[in-house]
Design a protein around this ligand. Structure first.
Ligand SMILES: [Cu+2]
Length: 336
């Protein structure tokens, strides 16, 4: 057990950072970090914070993840009762480095049974990913030995229901040797779909189990809300190298990830740099998968507005479209 010295220090996450309460340990081999996602929620107003900060140099990382039931807006004027990790959909971004010891404390603060499944972990599911009852806490740990970007989700049956209700988050495992390039900006996109129908009053949406079984989504979204980055474009500078961590939470649809107006310099399927592909137009991220995409918005042709989409356009039409504003471009009025 290397967890010996913990120096408590409060540091609210930066404007771009991972939300949480962070206590940092001393430098050296026992560097320890604590993050409680119950204390500060990831900002979602006016849009879920897609920009991510670099990982700190901690080697042991403790995360407390509360499970909650909340009401959020999944599209303009569409409120929905969701089940969450950390109060938001998706839940908070977790970022660690290859080789880090990751310690999870899962706290079920809801009236029903839930669980958590880390795709980045090699760990017996019957222990770490077991379902916990209301009020119960579960602790487990793993070493993040596989670099990439991964889905984390509730695995309690019916899993389709727990995922369509919002129970997922991304985890980034930075490669030990780095990504091979210097990114100027980094963003996380979690694609997912909702299956909802209006209640009798036409106000609150409720889950549509039949539609979910037929994969007939009502909304397909990046980071939990339809069209949010079309209304609030992400901003980068001309010449920036942009790295995108894309996770497809599903529960059932694929993501054919594409940026209108550029070609990806690099794509790392599963987010592992050993899998590098070069000059890619569109890459499919399967439900339950992830990939890292990089592109440079070059000087010259760079300034302007670019759209990121799933190129499965029946899904893009339901909300999975966003904009990246490069330099001082005016954002034109666009239809979906
Ligand atoms: Cu659940």
């Amino acid at each position: 057990m290397r967890l010996r010295i913990i120096v408590s220090a409060i540091a609210l996450a930066g404007a771009l950072g991972v939300a949480g309460y962070v206590g940092k340990g001393l430098a050296g081999p026992d560097r320890v970090e604590h993050t409680d996602f119950g204390l500060v929620r990831t900002a979602t107003d006016p849009a879920y914070v897609a920009a991510v900060s670099p990982a700190t140099d901690a080697a042991i990382r403790n995360f407390r993840i509360p499970i909650t039931h909340d009401r959020i807006e999944i599209a303009n004027g569409v409120e929905y009762e969701v089940w969450t990790f950390g109060g938001t959909v998706p839940g908070p971004v977790i970022r660690v480095r290859e080789g880090d010891l990751v310690r999870i404390t899962l706290a079920n603060e809801t009236p029903m049974a839930h669980s958590i499944d880390f795709h980045a972990a090699r760990i017996p599911m019957d222990k770490a990913f077991r379902t916990i009852v209301p009020g119960e806490e579960l602790e487990f740990e793993f070493i993040a030995n596989d670099p990439g970007v991964y889905m984390v989700h509730c695995g309690t049956p019916p899993v389709l229901m727990h995922i369509m209700q919002g129970m997922y988050l991304p985890i980034i495992v930075d490669p030990k040797q780095g990504w091979g390039t210097e990114a100027d900006k980094e963003f996380v996109f979690v694609q997912s779909e909702f299956y909802t129908e209006a209640d009798e009053a036409g106000q609150l949406q409720r889950p549509d189990w039949e539609a979910a079984q037929k994969k007939d989504a009502s909304h397909v979204v990046f980071n939990g809300r339809a069209f949010q980055y079309k209304e609030h474009p992400l901003k980068v500078e001309v010449g920036d190298r942009v790295r995108l961590f894309v996770v497809n939470a599903g529960p059932s649809l694929r993501s054919d990830f594409h940026i209108v107006g550029t070609v990806f310099d690099r794509v790392y399927p599963d987010g592992n740099p050993d899998h590098v592909l070069e000059s890619v137009q569109t890459w499919q991220v399967p439900a339950g998968g992830g990939a890292v995409f990089e592109t440079v918005f070059e000087e010259g042709g760079g300034a302007g507005v670019y759209a990121f989409v799933t190129h499965a356009f029946a899904d893009a039409e339901k909300g999975a479209v966003g904009l990246i504003k490069v330099g001082d471009a005016a954002v034109p009025a666009m239809t979906h």
